[in-house]
Write a protein that binds this ligand. Sequence first.
Ligand code: ZN
Length: 402
Amino acid sequence: MKLYKSFLIVLSTLLIMNCNSNNDEQLMEKAKELSQKFIITDGHIDTPWRMHKWGYEDISKRSPGDFDYVRAKEGGLDVPFMAIYVPATYQVTGGAKEKAEELIAIVERIVSDHPDKFEIAHSPEEAERIVSEGKIALPMGMENGAPLEGDLSNVQYFHDKGISYITLTHSEDNAICDSSYNLGKRTHNGLSAYGREVVKEMNRVGIMVDISHVSDDAFYQVMDVTQVPAIASHSSCRHFTPDWERNMDDDMIKRLAENGGVVQINFASYFVDQASKDTKAPIDADVAKYIKDNNLDPTDYASYDEYRREQYDKRFLYVSSEKVADHIDHVVNLVGIDHVGFGSDFDGVGYTLPTDLKGPEGFPMVIFHLLKRGYTEEEIEKICYKNVWRVWKATEEFAKLN
Ligand SMILES: [Zn+2]
């Protein structure tokens, strides 16, 4: 009798397991379908810098970076914002504006080399038209306001060059505001007087204000100044990485939402998980030591890349895409469905992307988790693009009226 009972228990467990995996398969199919059906926009992809660093590549084919046309189509990514990243060093040496223009030229070259596959989008309307023609729209966001070089007229200049958002600063305090990474320096205790003018000018001209990378004080001061909703193009929730200022804490997410803004979740393992983040610093320290011991040039990435990759393979804690869904859940639980999106940071976070989210081909995985957690199609569509486009459209509308 006892044996018969345990046989029944085993049998029913097997049935439930089978049922779950069938259900998972169906949800995965649904996720793939939705990723193709909905426009997917991504707030931050560093492919221009990758090419600047490693050399120009044909990304119309599968390529060694995180992002290319084939994998974007596979995962349903339609509107990735190309980051025009200018490192903080150019604030010291000069040449920030020129560097931004070099990066913009790389995006222009991608488009002129493959006009049937890519086109630069200057507005949500243009992006929609480009996507309807079966191409990938490439809007541009400038990461670091340093290329404005202290001249407000450069806001209009870069708008006309195709820039749709500006991340106010990067790894160091600049003339506009303080950086979250630049611990202790706090040049302006937030936003400078010039920075306030920059934000107003961005509102007037129609460039989205991106608060990723800024210090907490700068964030709150930007919220007080901007007359249109803002974005965080690639930040995650500090709730999961306590005390790390680069991610947004709950009060900031609430303030951003009150203002109508959107946080676009960064996918990197160390952005979404503290245990993963803990494994990063010792590896980076050893890479720095390796560079020093071998008299290598830190800007000559290729010379130490093999060592770096090996160390990451061996020692870094990689999470899965489920963690990204945890961050989306966290924002939704805090402020509702209208204030969250994707900001992968592909090509910008080295060897740290989650195991099943190494490039845009992974978007269906994230959607799978959302379906599994009971998100409706309408809610998923908002996360995929509608939330961010609402901010993009509001920015345009405000500029038209001013
Ligand atoms: Zn960044």
